[in-house]
Design a protein around this ligand. Sequence first.
Ligand code: FAD
Length: 340
Amino acid sequence: MECHKDLIAGAGPIGLACAISAKRRGLDPLVVDAGPVCGSIHRYPVGMLFFTTPERLEIGGHPLACAGQKPTREEALKYYRGVVRAEGIRVRTFTRLLGAERKGGEILCDLETRSGRTRVACGRLVLATGYFDHPRPLGVPGESLPHVSHYFDEAHASFGRDVAVIGGRNSAVEAALELFRAGARVTLVHRGLELGKSVKYWLKPDIENRIAAGEIAARFGAQVLHIDEAGVRIRDAGGREEAIRADRVYALTGFQPDFDLFRRIGIELDPETCRPRLDPETLETNVPGVHMAGSITRGRSISEVFIENGRFDGEKVFGDAGSRAQAEDLYRGVSRQVGE
Ligand SMILES: Cc1cc2nc3c(=O)[nH]c(=O)nc-3n(C[C@H](O)[C@H](O)[C@H](O)COP(=O)(O)OP(=O)(O)OC[C@H]3O[C@@H](n4cnc5c(N)ncnc54)[C@H](O)[C@@H]3O)c2cc1C
């Protein structure tokens, strides 16, 4: 069986930063990612501008150069690809971690690639899987139709078409505005009676003015009943049903970490918040040798950790405290094997 001392699941900014922390200590971890390098950023809308300034997205001390004050999606992708090359990080893309179990002193990881499943062993597993590949489903019929997407990609193809955007937070508001400016007839459908409180301060007046002017249609307090080829059927707070025409539907209702994966590995999650049980110094979970990094360390509160504050997590995992914990753990493993 293939064996690695350290395996990191997730080649996003935080997983890569963890790999750098490991390499700076003479380790050579294998990083696997279910998609391409920085799969989440790759899924951002084309041309999207980060709200964070470049120096706060940097990892490993590599400078991020960008043309404007803030980097675009494309500049960030180029940057993180460059970091992988410069640091010589071993990355295996399109390789998903399906589960892991601890046996003796090893962690056995089940990986899935396009050519099938394999099992590899490692001494330490770091989960840095983010949340962006797990959309929160609406749970209504028609959600998996081909014209429905949980990701907003770009607006050009919607020129002159009817588009429904479901959601009331940043992603939905940004998509609605961009689609409107690209010439789409947009209806924003939101179950809340008003837009989310966290909508960026520069977007809020823009969307409110477009709605007030009737340029973007909006349905607040609306429950989506189902989606079909013709559009979206909703019920308003007064119980009235309405059919909204839509050639394209963006269901931008949020994301959450893959809690099922964590449970399969044996990580204890708080029943309400889904926060994992972690040692705050080493980010080691209750499963010895399995650590977590980035936004997944906060359960459902994914917006507590961004790239700018999650990028130092590797120092906890691979720093002095992390190494001490692993040494103690190895000792415990050996002790068990010799029957002490
Ligand atoms: C539209 C948008 C704009 C944002 N703008 C900013 C910003 O300006 N500044 C900022 O700091 N943050 C921003 N964020 C948040 C930021 O993207 C996340 O905080 C950041 O990506 C988290 O990094 P990560 O490495 O923990 O996870 P991710 O970047 O999500 O990376 C996780 C990786 O793990 C992979 N993966 C998932 N499951 C598995 C599995 N089972 N096996 C193997 N690989 C797996 C994924 O493919 C992905 O590549 C934004 C988010 C969105 C959605």
